[in-house]
Design a protein around this ligand. Structure first.
Ligand SMILES: [Zn+2]
Length: 205
């Protein structure tokens, strides 16, 4: 791609670093910004900068938050005895949208994936085990996507907490294997949380 301006080229190159944005789309977006009032671009860059600088991870569940302990964890009406284990903030958002779950979450920050160099210690697993050890948690619901990585992660956590007195269940999904949680429709996802099944039942001997 030949550019008439180094400034334009740089903006396009930066924009095309985003997933799903090729050079052509990046150029279209940048040209769009140039046509818009300058304030619009400033508002965008300011929003991104502030988000990047000020955003926090909840000290308890590791969800993205503006405060040290997120609104879900600090809500006295939520049931702290049930923890739903998810991969990232998108899963929390999807499950919250169903209004079917009144427990707390634990955000792992990914799945165990040796292919991608992600081991158990790269994820928020230790802090989950520590929570279980405290004895307040009665049930863990595994809500990771049903991929090999998701299954591996579930099983790893299951082994880690097996000795403690905690129920484990997995969401019974009407979703085909490999579908990501965030794409499930709300009714299906809500039902799958209510109709969750004991984790042991999913283990093949
Ligand atoms: Zn939290």
């Amino acid at each position: 791609m030949e550019f008439s301006s180094k400034l334009l080229e740089r903006a396009v190159n930066e924009m095309s670093q985003l997933p799903g944005i090729g050079k052509r789309t990046a150029l279209r977006l940048v040209l769009h910004m140039l046509r818009q009032p300058k304030e619009q671009t400033l508002a965008l860059t300011e929003a991104l900068q502030t988000m990047r600088n000020d955003i926090k991870l909840c000290k308890s569940c590791h969800n993205i938050s503006d405060v040290d302990v997120c609104d879900i964890c600090s809500n006295p009406n939520r049931n702290e005895a049930i923890i739903c284990v998810v991969e990232d903030v998108r899963d929390v958002m999807a499950i919250e949208n169903t209004s079917s779950f009144k427990g707390l979450y634990h955000v792992l920050g990914g799945k165990i994936s040796p292919m991608d160099g992600v081991g158990p210690h790269d994820l928020n697993i230790e802090s989950l085990v520590e929570k279980v050890k405290l004895g307040k948690v009665k049930e863990l619901i595994f809500a990771l996507s049903s991929t090999m990585e998701g299954d591996t992660t579930n099983f790893y956590i299951y082994r880690k907490i097996q000795e403690y007195n905690v129920l484990t269940s997995t969401i019974a999904r009407g979703i085909s294997v490999g579908d990501e949680l965030e794409y499930a429709d709300e009714i299906t996802l809500g039902r799958s949380i209510i109709n969750r099944i004991p984790f042991e039942a999913t283990l093949k001997s």
